[in-house]
Design a protein. Structure first.
Length: 366
């Protein structure tokens, strides 16, 4: 280290004056900012520039624009993000775009982040996390479907939680009313534990709450009975509201798609079940999607297949055959879709290897 050399007192004073004068006259040269690592759950400024909804999109047109999508699952629909082993990262949005997908479906457990007593206020930090996801999707030209996922208390006791369900959607709709039309709402993932006669009026009430601030935003609604095709047959939508896209989920044959699934009792017995894509296998898929297409035509509603996938304990060849056939048959029926899911048990992307499960990706986006 070089020893410090002292200056005469007058020289020192003159030197300090010069330094002070230069600093005062040069405000455009601040010290460099420190480099900071990206936090795991960023909460940046919500939207730095004003956004507008823009021109409404006709429901059939938007359903077509949803195209091929992927669910960013096991993250924000966990009780707390990360508890199911996945925390969303910015790069996932780039990967989805580069992989050929047009839409992100964002499952969200809003009920875990809203007060249990009226007015059922949603936690601001959690809201900002959803803002972050929406911003990253829209800035990349991706559609994003924001849903309500795993509101289990509502499924168990819909009337007791009806007011809270409506209040949560009122807040979501108000917050995102100026987002572009590429931000789509989905009222409820897989309503169950209630009949269509109970679910239909609740769905219509929630839709009316959304319409107070979002009169022309397209909203996705599925039937009771876990968004099944049978539930779709019993779905009743307000005739005058034509900005609605109907949805259903498809996991048939269940013994194949959910073999070995830890959350399904008895699924260990299904291990080894194959889907060979024989004529009778394909005819079942054709029949089911014909039903959906017929309902769509009779009710003049566009369709969206919001979930389909086969769990990782099935053999890869069967998963690829089933996934490819279902995706192509849906497209033949003019049904856009979103694969379940990105990076967990049904995963399209291997987070440990930082690589696509290429056979599955090619099955979806040939």
């Amino acid at each position: 280290m070089t020893p410090y050399k002292s200056f005469p007192k007058l020289t020192t004073l003159l030197y300090l004056c010069i330094i002070s004068f230069v600093a005062a006259c040069n405000p455009l040269s601040p010290p460099p900012s420190p480099t900071m690592s990206t936090p795991p759950t960023p909460t940046p400024e919500i939207f730095p520039t004003p956004l507008s909804f823009g021109e409404p999109i006709e429901a059939f047109e938007q359903a077509e624009q949803l195209g091929r999508g992927v669910n960013f699952a096991n993250a924000l629909e966990a009780p707390n993000e990360g508890e199911w082993g996945l925390t969303l990262e910015e790069r996932y949005f780039d990967l989805a775009k580069e992989g050929g997908f047009a839409t992100i479906r964002l499952p969200v457990r809003w009920s875990a982040h809203a007060e249990v007593q009226a007015p059922y206020t949603i936690d601001e930090n959690f809201f900002r996390r959803i803002d972050w996801a929406i911003a990253h999707a829209t800035r990349r030209g991706l559609n994003i479907v924001v849903n309500m996922h795993h509101y289990e208390e509502f499924m168990s006791n819909p009337e007791e939680h009806r007011a809270r369900f409506i209040a949560i959607w009122t807040q979501i709709a108000e917050r995102y009313q100026n987002q572009p039309a590429t931000v789509v709402f989905e009222l409820c993932n897989e309503p169950n534990g209630m009949s269509a006669n109970r679910w239909n009026p609740i769905a219509q009430e929630a839709l009316a709450a959304v319409r107070t601030t979002n009169p022309t935003r397209n909203v996705i609604i599925g039937g009771a009975d876990w968004n099944s095709i049978q539930g779709l047959m019993d779905l009743k939508l307000p005739e005058a509201d034509r900005h609605v896209i109907a949805t259903f989920h498809y996991y048939s044959p269940f013994e194949f798609t959910h073999q070995g699934a830890e959350w399904v009792k008895g699924s260990e017995a299904w291990l080894g079940t194959e889907w060979l894509g024989k004529s009778n296998d394909k005819s079942v898929v054709n029949y089911h999607l014909d039903q959906v297409a017929q309902w769509s035509e009779e009710n003049r509603r566009p369709m969206w297949l919001g979930e389909f996938g086969a769990y990782s304990k099935a053999d890869m060849d069967s998963r690829v055959r089933w996934t490819s056939y279902l995706a192509r048959d849906a497209e033949k029926h003019h049904i856009s879709w979103a694969y379940w899911e990105f990076g967990a048990g049904f995963g399209l992307y291997d987070l440990a290897q930082n690589a696509w499960n290429q056979p599955l990706l090619e099955a979806l986006v040939p």
